[in-house]
Design a protein around this ligand. Sequence first.
Ligand code: ADP
Length: 191
Amino acid sequence: MNVLLLGPQGSGKGTQAKRIADEYGAPHIATGDMLRATIQSDTPLGRKLKPILDSGRLVSDDLMIELIRNRLEEADAANGFVLDGFPRTWAQAQALDSMLREIGRDLNVVFALQVPDDVCTQRLLKRAREEGRADDTPEVIAERLGTYHRETEPLVDHYRTSGNLVGIHAGRSINEVFSEIQVALEQVAVR
Ligand code: ADP
């Protein structure tokens, strides 16, 4: 099962992606986690990435496409994956389409998690208090949500026409959202 999640920061995308991955035994490929791990490693690349993530701007398409290309080639992704955080731009979506075409695979389902900005902001500010993530300040949150609406949200339409897009009302509890996701995944599985 190849699953993609789209949704603004604070939509619970990462939480749901993890649950899908656990339930279906597929790797959770989260670009934000991968980038933060690179930053932790304190390499030249990590030092280059840190100010970009801290400011809420996007990492370059070339670098992200390379990162995902390598990750999808790893053995654990051979039977499926749950992709979270990629694609975020039109160029990345085009690259993903052609990568999947090359390896003869398709996205079985694309979830678009929908939550109003004010709810996202409240959730991220709460996460800032609990986890202290460097990019969860009010200014950077506003920057990331703006980038989402400008660059990433148009991809929902791309997948509406080309894939199996399922809209999810993600303003509810984690369990309620996951139930809705499971219903959709079961429909995909029997198809
Ligand atoms: P969030 O969705 O809450 O912003 P992520 O953990 O998914 O958090 O991403 C954190 C940061 O990593 C982003 O703000 C951006 O700088 C970078 N990033 C992650 N994925 C991508 C991507 N596909 N393209 C460009 N930058 C990315």
